[in-house]
Ligand binder design. Sequence first.
Ligand code: GDG
Length: 464
Amino acid sequence: MSRLVVVSNRVAPIRQGKATAGGLAVGLHDALRQSGGIWFGWNGEVSKRPETACETIGNITYVTLDLSKPDYDQYYRGFSNATLWPVFHYRIDLARYCRKEYEGYRRVNAMLAEKLKPLLRPDDILWVHDYHLIPFAAACRQLGIGNRIGFFLHIPFPAPEVLTAIPPHEDLFRSFCYYDLIGFQTETDRLAFQDYISREAGGRVEADGNLSAYGQSFCAGVYPIGVMPDEIRRQAESYRGRRPIIGLTTEGRRRKTLISVDRLDYSKGLVERFQAYERFLEHFPEHRHNVEFIQIAPTSRSDVKTYQAIRKQLETVAGHVNGRLSDLDWTPLHYLNKSLDRRTLIGLFRTANVGLVTPLRDGMNLVAKEYVAAQNPADPGVLVLSRFAGAARELSAALIVNPYDCLGMAEALDRALRMPLEERKERYEDMMQALRAADLNAWRDTFLRDLRSFGRHRVVTARR
Ligand code: GDG
């Protein structure tokens, strides 16, 4: 089997027995272990004299490098996270564009391709991840790298009307076409991509699904990312760690709990969620004192302005809800602005009566899937899920909500907390079936199968 080379913005070597690694890292790590390979990308460090480091663990070689301060500012903090991320999540209002940052983005992609080139063998296949690396294949082609290169977009692909808000959208999109296979989370994303090809790029969408634009032929497919449901279930069953005292009354009676876990990001709908929870307690006062909401939201991208703003806003809303509604023996909302280890998180999912996953826009949302997988089949909790999460396509047995509908979300919470056991079980079984049918291995294996079977190697020179 040809060697696999995974390229992603961030790389963190996984050492055996490290329980904190997330599902995605573990899934990719397994694929690399099977065929042997390289995992290449940024190590998260910013330094004056960027260095490349190489570490081999088993048959995986981790090749990581630092970024210089200008590269970090322009490529990562700038174009990736202050332009692409908001626009791809339909938040044009939060996006900014700076030509210098776009140049930095292209420059870092070219630099990464150059650093990778000497490590490649002719029959390696490359799997590139996410929006930081859209022009990576074009940069490789420019260096004469003819290997098969696939790309997976973890976030939504926006409608052309939205994408075209990025001033160099055409240049960006042109560079996208040098991949052999482009994978999306949902059919909606794939259709939006095809729409751009035919309406903006003057390209063609063939009946057999093959695409062409700017003189390149390539394919696009839908590969919804999954979790390992039975592994999560086993972890949840065997969890013996700290039990939260949240949800306990002073007499030791257990209250019902709701749980949410998100990176602190404006796309996750945290403010709207807190407001809906407040509305729920106002509208259904019988739940007061009987329910507690735990929100885990570790800070992310804290040096991007929009993230500082959402953090402040959230602190204000959380303070407002608790200030207004708390009592001497009851705190309705527990907002933890920090990360917990994965085992504790899975343990918390298991005990919570409701999983509340209400992003305004999300490529997939793994938390929704992890929450379901962690449930006790004999007495499962209820997933309340935003229609704007990619996961809503597969998890249609969740209570589907519109996060912009404050009262609608409040009503869904009331319904979730009152749902009879039989209905909860039915919905849970339905969702577990969906999780097993499209787990993390299936995501990885189908993508790599399709990439491996794509056409012949090619040597082309990309134009800027
Ligand atoms: C992107 C796309 C897509 C969260 N807090 C803690 C923690 N987590 C873990 C969760 C989950 C992962 O991080 C988050 O994944 P999501 O899918 O929810 O969201 P993004 O980070 O935005 O991921 C998304 C995903 O890529 C994969 O394709 O689904 O749409 O935006 O696994 O459990 N883990 C630990 N402590 C925390 O505090 N240990």
